[in-house]
Write a protein that binds this ligand. Sequence first.
Ligand SMILES: *Cc1c(COP(=O)(O)O)cnc(C)c1O
Length: 377
Amino acid sequence: MRVNMDFIPVNEPLLNGNEKKYLCECIDTGWISSEGPFVRKFEDKMSTVAGRRYGIAVSNGTAALEVAVQALGIGEGDEVIMPAFTIISCAMAVTKLGAVPVLVDSDIHTWNMNVDEIEAKITAKTKAIMIVHLYGLPVEADKVLALAEKYNLKVIEDAAEMHGQTYKGKPCGSFGDISTFSFYPNKHITTGEGGMVVTDDEKLAERCRMLRNLCFRKDIRYVHDEISDNYRFTNLQAAVGLAQLERLDEFVERKRAMGKYYTGQLKDIDGLILPVERTDYADNIYWVYGIVLDKQIEADNKTVQKLLAEEGIGSRTFFWCMHEQPVYQKQGLFKEESYPDAEYLARKGFYIPSGLALTTEQMERVVMGVRRVMGRI
Ligand SMILES: *Cc1c(COP(=O)(O)O)cnc(C)c1O
């Protein structure tokens, strides 16, 4: 039996910069709520990283998507095109408003949405396309933006996994009408929980600020013309975020080095499909280091993960497809729909420890563990 200390967690964030110092400043000054001065600073800095004029920090990446979709005026019966293979936050932001997610299959190589399938899904009800960059490589945004222009659609960009990534040299988070980030601990920049909406449109930004804060009327406090949530972001979160952002370049470089190391060590193992290192428009930043089991392997991701756990190695499955979510099936959504590449990724994909605090010694152990497990199945 292994002692628990030996277990390599799937993610551990790196918090050894100015995080503690800025947090102490919050405590010493008494500024711990969303009114504190770090919030605006973090919004300014993060929106600059994304190449946007306005940043609106919210309580998490899911809230950021909800605010962004609602701010665009998407509602009852509207259709929003998005990948079948993504986190449920994307679909929830749409279904919560009574709108309908319309799904497209994945590109089996990049694991992103297959943008060539979008046009066939556009109907008179389509209001927007949601770009979701997954696992470290950006979606081919130009193709989506051209379609949006042609059919007069809005574009929401979910850049939750893309801090510091670029597409054709332009920052992720700068595409379309509105973009969102998450600062969950497994993202390149973390605030524990946290998220942000970024945009260049002043009116949209103002609307997002209202939506994150209960839609208080500006002229009279505690009077409301519409319903929204409390998605405020605290000064404590912003303190951590500012310290993290100071090291964004270093973090991206570190993630790329980890990706390169893993690929170098794992590429000769039969049955593993490893992340694509680069496409014509970007180098992978390895949000996490994903692995997909090849067709010749009969086992699914969960079987391999169980064996990895026995080796003391944490891992996590890929996302589960939207059309296979019990909650949506119960509602009669996505009946008879099938997205074979997305389904394949969901069953055969998982990721191995790839947090920023991971040591070289731990990575060596992960590689040996993967090798042993693949030898056993
Ligand atoms: C993490 C993530 C989210 C959700 O962010 P939370 O902060 O966990 O709510 C949304 N979209 C994508 C693509 C993500 O990876």
